[in-house]
Design a protein around this ligand. Sequence first.
Ligand code: FEO
Length: 397
Amino acid sequence: MKAQAIKINERVYWVGAIDWGLKEFHGYQTRGTTYNAFLILADKVALIDTVKAEFKNEMLARITSVIEPEKIDYIISDHAEMDHTGCLPEVIDVVKPEKVIASKEGEKALREHFGLQHEITAVGEGDKISLGSATISFIETKMIHWPDSMFSYLVEDGVLFSNDAFGMHLASSERFDDEIDRGILDYEAAKYYANIIMPFANLVTKLLTKLDGLNLRLNLIAPDHGPVWRRDIERIMKQYSDWAEPKRTLKSLIVYDTMWHSTEKMAGAIAEGLLAGGAKPKIMPLGVFHDSDIVTELLDSGALIVGSPTFNSGLLPPVAGFLSYIKGLKVRHALGAAFGSYGWNPGSVKLINETLTSMRIEIAGEGVSAKYVPDQQALDQCFKLGAEVADKLKKES
Ligand code: FEO
């Protein structure tokens, strides 16, 4: 196939792949994505990361548009997950590089994934390799996203290859942030953070502090998904800092599913109570909104109020699935509450409260249950629950 490399600066080229058809990434609904790989043309030629297996030919064609792949001296694997290494064994066979470089954990992970026989040079925090006319140093970024993850930094050019961090799942023809609408960037970067990086929020804060201490000159941040940052470098770093330490705002999410509209009516009454109390409710019915979009909205929300009718002594499956999804993402900052209708077993509210508590979410109160169809008294209780949550949020914000 024919495909062109895109020049990122005087010696760095984007040679990745665009996955226009990706809709689902481990439970996260995406707008496609890119698997970014970067070629550095110095005295020695280095390739930073590769791409998902089925995009190997697209990457090799882009490389071939500027240099024969066999001229690559070093392949650097910043992260072993298969969206960046799926074609690595085959690319090693084609390129026959002098060195394959990974973190210490990366070396193990690559062998465990692929049984790689090629020697792997393991590097750690602060190690450097010379490309002759340029230097790459390595920064350990354990658990952002996996134990093996690391950043590579092209010292002379001030380019930080940040692998998963600062990325987004967005397929586009544009390669730089300033070529894409900022509203799209803000939303997609937040969505990516919420669905991929959020479980490691405490490590994000430490990483940002470390980067600050390294006093890196940052002309470009080149992640492995989405555009290269050249205009909004400070903005994306500030956003990561804010997202890693979320505040309780007045925005309050009401997330529910319903069988016969009873739980839906309760959601409406809670929203009115929130509004009357000065909070900003946002109702996101499951089945209308995808879990990954709801989690994105949670990033800057002060409350999460979850509703389900009792269904076969449990929760409706979409509610149970949503709670399981956010439990893994370690959502903790929001104030929690529960509501729901029932026929003969008022168990759903208790189950939701137990699940939120197990996630270390603070619960605002007992919650509200309503038999069959909520009467005015039950709707008044829902209104009161909303007003109480609003009151608590106002005191904290
Ligand atoms: Fe883009 Fe953790 O892989």
